[in-house]
Write a protein that binds this ligand. Structure first.
Ligand SMILES: Nc1ncnc2c1ncn2[C@@H]1O[C@H](COP(=O)(O)OP(=O)(O)OP(=O)(O)O)[C@@H](O)[C@H]1O
Length: 271
Protein backbone atom coordinates (compact mmCIF):
# COMPACT_ATOMS: atom_id res chain seq x y z
CA UNK A 1 0.00 0.00 0.00
CA UNK A 2 1.19 3.53 -0.73
CA UNK A 3 -1.11 5.21 1.77
CA UNK A 4 -3.32 3.96 4.57
CA UNK A 5 -5.41 6.43 6.56
CA UNK A 6 -7.74 5.30 9.33
CA UNK A 7 -9.83 7.88 11.20
CA UNK A 8 -7.49 10.72 10.21
CA UNK A 9 -8.37 14.26 11.26
CA UNK A 10 -6.35 17.38 10.55
CA UNK A 11 -6.56 20.73 12.26
CA UNK A 12 -4.65 23.66 10.77
CA UNK A 13 -2.60 25.27 13.50
CA UNK A 14 -3.41 28.71 12.12
CA UNK A 15 -7.17 28.07 11.80
CA UNK A 16 -9.10 31.11 12.95
CA UNK A 17 -12.73 30.05 12.41
CA UNK A 18 -12.80 28.27 15.72
CA UNK A 19 -10.49 26.11 17.72
CA UNK A 20 -12.52 23.05 16.84
CA UNK A 21 -12.52 23.56 13.06
CA UNK A 22 -10.98 20.59 11.26
CA UNK A 23 -9.97 20.66 7.61
CA UNK A 24 -10.14 16.84 7.54
CA UNK A 25 -12.46 14.80 9.72
CA UNK A 26 -12.24 11.08 10.32
CA UNK A 27 -10.92 10.20 6.86
CA UNK A 28 -10.46 6.54 5.92
CA UNK A 29 -8.58 5.85 2.71
CA UNK A 30 -6.27 3.15 1.36
CA UNK A 31 -4.38 3.66 -1.89
CA UNK A 32 -2.33 0.89 -3.51
CA UNK A 33 1.03 1.45 -5.15
CA UNK A 34 0.50 2.51 -8.76
CA UNK A 35 -3.14 3.49 -8.31
CA UNK A 36 -4.40 6.68 -9.94
CA UNK A 37 -6.99 8.52 -7.87
CA UNK A 38 -8.80 11.81 -8.55
CA UNK A 39 -9.86 13.98 -5.62
CA UNK A 40 -12.91 16.10 -6.32
CA UNK A 41 -15.12 18.34 -4.22
CA UNK A 42 -16.10 21.97 -3.74
CA UNK A 43 -13.69 24.72 -2.78
CA UNK A 44 -12.61 24.40 0.82
CA UNK A 45 -13.52 20.70 0.89
CA UNK A 46 -10.08 19.68 2.13
CA UNK A 47 -8.45 18.39 -1.07
CA UNK A 48 -5.25 20.40 -0.63
CA UNK A 49 -5.12 19.52 3.05
CA UNK A 50 -5.44 15.83 2.19
CA UNK A 51 -2.65 16.04 -0.41
CA UNK A 52 -0.40 17.85 2.07
CA UNK A 53 -1.21 15.27 4.72
CA UNK A 54 -0.26 12.46 2.30
CA UNK A 55 2.99 14.35 1.62
CA UNK A 56 3.76 14.52 5.37
CA UNK A 57 3.47 18.30 5.26
CA UNK A 58 0.58 18.30 7.77
CA UNK A 59 0.63 16.17 10.85
CA UNK A 60 -2.71 14.48 11.55
CA UNK A 61 -4.17 14.55 15.04
CA UNK A 62 -3.34 11.64 17.25
CA UNK A 63 -5.85 8.84 17.50
CA UNK A 64 -5.93 7.67 13.89
CA UNK A 65 -3.58 5.50 11.85
CA UNK A 66 -1.45 6.84 9.04
CA UNK A 67 1.16 4.97 7.03
CA UNK A 68 3.05 5.58 3.81
CA UNK A 69 4.71 2.65 2.01
CA UNK A 70 4.12 0.66 5.22
CA UNK A 71 5.97 3.22 7.35
CA UNK A 72 4.51 5.49 10.02
CA UNK A 73 5.98 8.90 9.23
CA UNK A 74 5.02 10.59 12.48
CA UNK A 75 6.58 7.85 14.59
CA UNK A 76 9.92 8.34 12.81
CA UNK A 77 12.91 10.48 13.58
CA UNK A 78 13.07 13.72 11.60
CA UNK A 79 15.86 12.46 9.30
CA UNK A 80 13.96 9.27 8.45
CA UNK A 81 10.82 11.26 7.69
CA UNK A 82 12.88 13.58 5.50
CA UNK A 83 14.11 10.53 3.54
CA UNK A 84 10.54 9.29 3.19
CA UNK A 85 9.43 12.69 1.87
CA UNK A 86 11.98 12.33 -0.92
CA UNK A 87 9.83 9.48 -2.26
CA UNK A 88 6.78 11.76 -2.41
CA UNK A 89 6.40 14.53 -4.97
CA UNK A 90 3.95 17.21 -3.90
CA UNK A 91 3.02 19.53 -6.76
CA UNK A 92 1.21 22.56 -5.31
CA UNK A 93 -1.41 24.33 -7.40
CA UNK A 94 0.91 27.32 -7.77
CA UNK A 95 4.41 25.89 -8.23
CA UNK A 96 6.91 27.62 -5.91
CA UNK A 97 9.25 28.75 -8.69
CA UNK A 98 11.60 31.63 -7.78
CA UNK A 99 10.77 34.39 -10.30
CA UNK A 100 14.32 35.30 -11.32
CA UNK A 101 15.43 31.71 -11.71
CA UNK A 102 16.06 30.09 -15.11
CA UNK A 103 13.56 27.41 -16.08
CA UNK A 104 16.33 24.80 -16.26
CA UNK A 105 17.22 25.40 -12.61
CA UNK A 106 13.59 25.44 -11.55
CA UNK A 107 12.94 22.09 -13.24
CA UNK A 108 16.09 20.50 -11.82
CA UNK A 109 14.87 21.37 -8.33
CA UNK A 110 12.90 18.13 -8.76
CA UNK A 111 16.26 16.30 -8.41
CA UNK A 112 17.15 17.95 -5.08
CA UNK A 113 16.11 14.98 -2.91
CA UNK A 114 18.64 12.82 -4.80
CA UNK A 115 21.48 15.35 -4.71
CA UNK A 116 23.98 16.14 -2.00
CA UNK A 117 24.11 19.64 -0.57
CA UNK A 118 27.13 20.52 -2.75
CA UNK A 119 25.58 19.10 -5.89
CA UNK A 120 22.53 21.26 -5.23
CA UNK A 121 24.62 24.39 -4.66
CA UNK A 122 26.82 23.90 -7.72
CA UNK A 123 23.77 23.21 -9.88
CA UNK A 124 22.50 26.69 -9.05
CA UNK A 125 25.62 28.07 -10.77
CA UNK A 126 25.92 25.53 -13.60
CA UNK A 127 22.87 23.28 -14.03
CA UNK A 128 23.96 19.66 -13.50
CA UNK A 129 21.59 17.82 -15.82
CA UNK A 130 20.30 20.26 -18.43
CA UNK A 131 19.47 17.39 -20.82
CA UNK A 132 17.09 15.89 -18.27
CA UNK A 133 15.39 19.27 -17.84
CA UNK A 134 15.21 19.69 -21.63
CA UNK A 135 13.64 16.24 -22.09
CA UNK A 136 11.10 16.88 -19.33
CA UNK A 137 10.14 20.26 -20.79
CA UNK A 138 9.90 18.74 -24.27
CA UNK A 139 7.13 16.45 -23.07
CA UNK A 140 5.11 19.62 -22.44
CA UNK A 141 6.34 21.39 -25.61
CA UNK A 142 8.29 23.86 -23.48
CA UNK A 143 11.85 22.90 -24.49
CA UNK A 144 12.44 26.32 -26.05
CA UNK A 145 11.97 27.85 -22.58
CA UNK A 146 14.92 25.95 -21.06
CA UNK A 147 16.95 29.08 -20.33
CA UNK A 148 14.04 31.53 -20.03
CA UNK A 149 13.47 33.30 -16.72
CA UNK A 150 10.56 31.90 -14.73
CA UNK A 151 8.92 35.32 -14.35
CA UNK A 152 8.74 35.58 -18.16
CA UNK A 153 6.55 32.48 -18.41
CA UNK A 154 2.78 32.59 -18.66
CA UNK A 155 0.84 31.08 -15.78
CA UNK A 156 0.08 27.99 -17.83
CA UNK A 157 3.74 27.61 -18.78
CA UNK A 158 4.72 27.94 -15.12
CA UNK A 159 2.22 25.23 -14.23
CA UNK A 160 3.70 22.88 -16.86
CA UNK A 161 7.19 23.80 -15.67
CA UNK A 162 6.08 22.52 -12.24
CA UNK A 163 4.98 19.28 -13.89
CA UNK A 164 8.36 18.99 -15.67
CA UNK A 165 9.90 19.10 -12.20
CA UNK A 166 7.77 16.09 -11.32
CA UNK A 167 9.17 14.20 -14.33
CA UNK A 168 12.81 14.64 -13.24
CA UNK A 169 12.05 13.57 -9.67
CA UNK A 170 12.47 9.95 -8.66
CA UNK A 171 9.34 9.93 -6.52
CA UNK A 172 7.22 6.85 -5.97
CA UNK A 173 4.07 8.90 -5.43
CA UNK A 174 2.84 12.05 -7.15
CA UNK A 175 0.52 14.25 -5.11
CA UNK A 176 -0.73 16.84 -7.53
CA UNK A 177 -2.98 19.77 -6.64
CA UNK A 178 -5.13 21.12 -9.46
CA UNK A 179 -2.44 20.87 -12.12
CA UNK A 180 -4.69 22.06 -14.95
CA UNK A 181 -6.23 25.22 -13.49
CA UNK A 182 -4.27 27.60 -15.77
CA UNK A 183 -4.42 25.48 -18.94
CA UNK A 184 -6.69 25.60 -21.96
CA UNK A 185 -8.73 22.43 -22.64
CA UNK A 186 -6.23 21.00 -25.18
CA UNK A 187 -3.19 21.63 -23.01
CA UNK A 188 -5.06 20.31 -19.97
CA UNK A 189 -5.66 16.98 -21.73
CA UNK A 190 -2.06 16.77 -22.97
CA UNK A 191 -0.60 17.65 -19.56
CA UNK A 192 -2.79 15.16 -17.73
CA UNK A 193 -1.81 12.45 -20.24
CA UNK A 194 1.91 13.07 -19.67
CA UNK A 195 1.56 12.96 -15.88
CA UNK A 196 -0.56 9.80 -16.01
CA UNK A 197 1.82 8.08 -18.46
CA UNK A 198 4.79 8.93 -16.25
CA UNK A 199 3.03 7.57 -13.17
CA UNK A 200 2.05 4.37 -15.02
CA UNK A 201 5.51 3.82 -16.51
CA UNK A 202 7.26 3.94 -13.13
CA UNK A 203 4.33 2.41 -11.22
CA UNK A 204 4.10 5.56 -9.13
CA UNK A 205 0.92 6.31 -7.24
CA UNK A 206 -0.93 9.37 -8.50
CA UNK A 207 -3.36 11.34 -6.36
CA UNK A 208 -4.61 14.40 -8.20
CA UNK A 209 -7.14 17.02 -7.13
CA UNK A 210 -9.25 18.42 -9.94
CA UNK A 211 -12.05 20.92 -10.29
CA UNK A 212 -12.75 19.59 -13.80
CA UNK A 213 -15.10 16.76 -12.84
CA UNK A 214 -15.45 15.57 -16.43
CA UNK A 215 -11.69 15.10 -16.70
CA UNK A 216 -11.61 13.25 -13.41
CA UNK A 217 -14.40 10.91 -14.52
CA UNK A 218 -12.99 10.50 -17.98
CA UNK A 219 -9.39 9.75 -17.02
CA UNK A 220 -9.15 8.35 -13.49
CA UNK A 221 -10.30 4.86 -12.53
CA UNK A 222 -11.07 5.86 -8.95
CA UNK A 223 -12.80 8.98 -7.69
CA UNK A 224 -12.73 10.26 -4.12
CA UNK A 225 -15.26 12.96 -3.24
CA UNK A 226 -14.55 15.30 -0.33
CA UNK A 227 -16.79 17.91 1.24
CA UNK A 228 -16.45 19.82 4.49
CA UNK A 229 -13.37 17.81 5.36
CA UNK A 230 -15.18 14.50 5.10
CA UNK A 231 -14.74 11.72 2.58
CA UNK A 232 -18.19 11.63 1.00
CA UNK A 233 -17.61 8.82 -1.48
CA UNK A 234 -14.76 6.66 -2.78
CA UNK A 235 -15.83 4.75 -5.88
CA UNK A 236 -14.74 3.44 -9.27
CA UNK A 237 -15.56 6.12 -11.82
CA UNK A 238 -18.31 4.05 -13.43
CA UNK A 239 -20.15 3.97 -10.13
CA UNK A 240 -20.14 7.73 -9.69
CA UNK A 241 -23.58 9.02 -10.55
CA UNK A 242 -24.95 12.44 -11.30
CA UNK A 243 -26.85 12.31 -8.03
CA UNK A 244 -23.65 11.69 -6.08
CA UNK A 245 -21.99 14.61 -7.86
CA UNK A 246 -24.97 16.89 -7.28
CA UNK A 247 -24.94 16.06 -3.59
CA UNK A 248 -21.19 16.63 -3.42
CA UNK A 249 -21.37 20.06 -5.00
CA UNK A 250 -24.52 21.24 -3.22
CA UNK A 251 -22.24 22.16 -0.34
CA UNK A 252 -24.58 20.40 2.05
CA UNK A 253 -23.10 19.08 5.26
CA UNK A 254 -22.32 15.39 4.78
CA UNK A 255 -22.36 13.36 7.92
CA UNK A 256 -22.69 9.96 6.21
CA UNK A 257 -20.84 8.77 3.10
CA UNK A 258 -22.84 8.62 -0.14
CA UNK A 259 -22.87 5.18 -1.71
CA UNK A 260 -23.89 4.21 -5.24
CA UNK A 261 -26.93 2.46 -3.73
CA UNK A 262 -28.14 5.85 -2.52
CA UNK A 263 -28.15 7.20 -6.03
CA UNK A 264 -29.65 6.31 -9.38
CA UNK A 265 -27.18 4.77 -11.81
CA UNK A 266 -26.29 7.11 -14.62
CA UNK A 267 -22.78 7.30 -15.92
CA UNK A 268 -21.68 10.63 -17.39
CA UNK A 269 -21.55 10.27 -21.17
CA UNK A 270 -17.84 11.12 -21.35
CA UNK A 271 -16.85 7.91 -19.52
N1 LIG B 1 -3.13 27.17 6.53
C1 LIG B 1 -4.41 27.13 6.89
N2 LIG B 1 -4.80 27.64 8.08
C2 LIG B 1 -6.08 27.60 8.45
N3 LIG B 1 -7.07 27.04 7.73
C3 LIG B 1 -6.74 26.53 6.55
C4 LIG B 1 -5.39 26.54 6.06
N4 LIG B 1 -5.37 25.95 4.84
C5 LIG B 1 -6.64 25.59 4.57
N5 LIG B 1 -7.46 25.93 5.59
C6 LIG B 1 -8.90 25.71 5.67
O1 LIG B 1 -9.10 24.30 5.56
C7 LIG B 1 -10.25 24.02 4.74
C8 LIG B 1 -9.82 23.10 3.61
O2 LIG B 1 -8.96 23.85 2.75
P1 LIG B 1 -8.26 23.18 1.50
O3 LIG B 1 -7.32 24.18 0.93
O4 LIG B 1 -7.72 21.87 1.90
O5 LIG B 1 -9.51 22.96 0.53
P2 LIG B 1 -9.56 22.61 -1.02
O6 LIG B 1 -10.59 21.55 -1.19
O7 LIG B 1 -8.21 22.31 -1.53
O8 LIG B 1 -10.08 23.98 -1.63
P3 LIG B 1 -9.86 24.60 -3.12
O9 LIG B 1 -10.57 23.69 -4.08
O10 LIG B 1 -10.53 25.95 -3.01
O11 LIG B 1 -8.38 24.70 -3.38
C9 LIG B 1 -10.79 25.36 4.30
O12 LIG B 1 -11.87 25.71 5.14
C10 LIG B 1 -9.64 26.31 4.49
O13 LIG B 1 -10.11 27.61 4.81
Amino acid sequence: MSFVLRAISVHHASATRSDSFHALIDVNLSIKQGEQVALIGPSGAGKTTLLHTLACAHRPESGGEFSIFGLQPWAMQHAERHALRARLFLAPQIPPLPPRQRVVTAVLAGCLPQWSFWQAITSLIKPREPDAAYDALARFNLQDKLYARVDRLSEGERQRCGMARLLVSQADAFLVDEPLSALDPTLALQTLAVVQQEAASRNATLVCSLHQVELALGHFPRIVGLSDGRLVFDAPRREVTEKMLAALYQNVKHTEPISPEDAHWSVPSSC
